[in-house]
Design a protein around this ligand. Structure first.
Ligand SMILES: Cc1cc2nc3c(=O)[nH]c(=O)nc-3n(C[C@H](O)[C@H](O)[C@H](O)COP(=O)(O)OP(=O)(O)OC[C@H]3O[C@@H](n4cnc5c(N)ncnc54)[C@H](O)[C@@H]3O)c2cc1C
Length: 417
């Protein structure tokens, strides 16, 4: 073997979230000398945040349904998710001492429910593989005069600029939500300036804003709306939501993010219909209202006796300008399809994830930038979206593995030519 052949290739992984760290693990396991750069003082901060309410790492539903969650990016992601599937991800977790279990809704969680033990074991494994960690290194684009070295502003007394020219570069820079914790999306400009096709960021898996009356804010902000169904543009999603001071949050709202965004773009407002009693057909609601009615009762008391709780009554008042109909059939109709509208989604910095970023048009199917061979991309920085349920992390892990495998093949081909 010649001395040159004995020198391992070098890789810079920029972004130390789940997509970047799994790419680093894949490369290091193949003998590449890897350094992970991140602007923060530690890695995986959004991953840890995701673990706060229970780390939903993937989903157990059949593969075809799972792929369907990626909507119009299904075909771009199919081979990626197939190559590192939910089963592979669960096996990987178990290998780090965190076997997974399937929750009641089919969502998959690590046994501890948290991200902390998994991340700790993972970083130790990477350390064992010889991965080097460069925290507080903010990527600032490429040096145009030397063929494209990576420019980092390194925190330290001298705020030195560090230039790096690896054989392989993998970017996994994340989306634009929760900017204090992870990525602020500022990296997008470097790609725009380099002529790479991008799509503006948009919030997804986020709530909607609505101007409630003061009574609603004072008495009901923070109250859950258990077991409702929300219909947007003919598609209905069941689950629990939450009234907040500035609007509505929760699973069924998040699941409609893309549809609500489209309505906002087209009509300047979002609109939805809420079924406040999804377990009952219209005529059963009519029966309950009829049976519960007493001549002297106020509307609120009547509704409560008919099984409509206070927060639902408040919503009926909001939607009707405090003029809840007293004709039983009309009221039942409203309970089954309460119209609600507003002018904005919650701001992007509070969204669980973002759509937009680097367009798949800019990539080949190995996730390499077509205009810059040797540069691979992974994770939420790519323009795809999915609902909550573990689909976000699954695609981040799968694309991290795919980018790293693509990079290994590309490097091999190049070394031989
Ligand atoms: C509250 C919350 C709960 C969530 N819960 C779940 C869940 O249960 N299940 C699920 O599937 N998903 C969940 N998610 C989403 C999931 O956490 C993200 O999709 C995932 O972390 C994205 O991974 P990533 O590696 O692509 O990016 P990130 O995890 O965002 O990592 C990107 C990294 O790049 C670094 N970076 C950015 N710009 C630069 C730069 N210029 N220079 C150097 N470094 C840079 C950042 O500091 C960051 O460390 C949740 C998200 C939030 C906010």
């Amino acid at each position: 073997m010649s001395p040159a052949a004995a020198t391992p290739p070098t890789a810079a992984v920029v972004g130390g979230g789940p997509a970047g760290l799994i790419a680093a693990e894949t490369l290091a396991s193949a003998g590449v000398s890897v350094t992970v750069f991140d602007q923060r003082a530690s890695f995986g901060r959004k991953f840890l945040l995701a673990g706060r309410g229970g780390l939903n790492i993937t989903h157990s539903e059949d593969f075809d349904s799972l792929l369907g969650r990626y909507g119009n990016r299904r075909s771009a992601l199919e081979h990626v998710v197939r190559a590192f599937s939910p089963d592979d991800l669960r096996e990987w977790c178990a290998g780090l001492g965190e076997p997974t279990f399937v929750g009641t809704s089919g969502r998959v969680f690590p046994e501890s429910f948290k991200a902390t033990p998994l991340l700790r074991a993972w970083l130790a494994r990477l350390d064992g593989l010889g991965v080097k960690f460069a925290t507080r290194h903010h990527w600032n684009g490429w040096v145009s005069s030397d063929g494209g070295s990576l420019r980092f502003a390194a925190a330290g007394e001298d705020h030195a600029e560090v230039l790096v020219a690896p054989d392989i570069t993998i970017f996994a820079l994340g989306g634009a939500s929760w900017p204090r914790v992870s990525s602020d999306g500022g990296w997008l400009d470097h790609f725009v300036n380099a002529g790479v096709a991008t799509v503006p960021f948009a919030p997804t898996n986020c709530g909607v804003q609505r101007q409630w009356t003061p009574v609603m804010v004072e008495r009901f902000a923070g109250h859950p709306l258990k077991n409702i169904a929300i219909d947007v543009a003919g598609c209905s999603v069941r689950g629990d939501a939450m009234v907040t001071r500035s609007g509505l949050e929760g699973g069924p709202v998040y699941a409609h993010s893309a549809r609500l965004r489209e309505l906002l773009q087209a009509d300047k407002h979002w609109s939805m219909k809420i079924d406040l009693r999804p377990d009952l057909a219209h005529n059963r609601v009519v029966d309950q209202l009829t049976k519960a009615r007493r001549p002297k009762d106020s509307v609120s008391t009547w509704l409560r006796k008919a099984g409509v709780d206070k927060v639902r009554v408040a919503l009926l008042r909001e939607a009707t300008g405090n003029a809840i109909p007293t004709v039983v059939d009309d009221l039942a109709g409203l309970i089954k399809a309460l119209p609600l509208a507003g002018e904005a989604m919650m701001p992007i910095d509070r969204a669980i994830s973002t759509a937009g970023g680097i367009s798949f048009d800019a990539l080949d199917n190995r996730l390499m930038l077509q205009s810059r061979p040797g540069i691979f991309l992974a994770g939420e920085m790519l323009d795809w979206e999915a609902p909550t349920g573990g689909y976000l992390l699954q695609a981040c892990f799968s694309s991290g593995v795919a980018a790293a495998n693509g990079a290994l093949v590309w490097h091999d081909e190049n070394a031989r030519s």
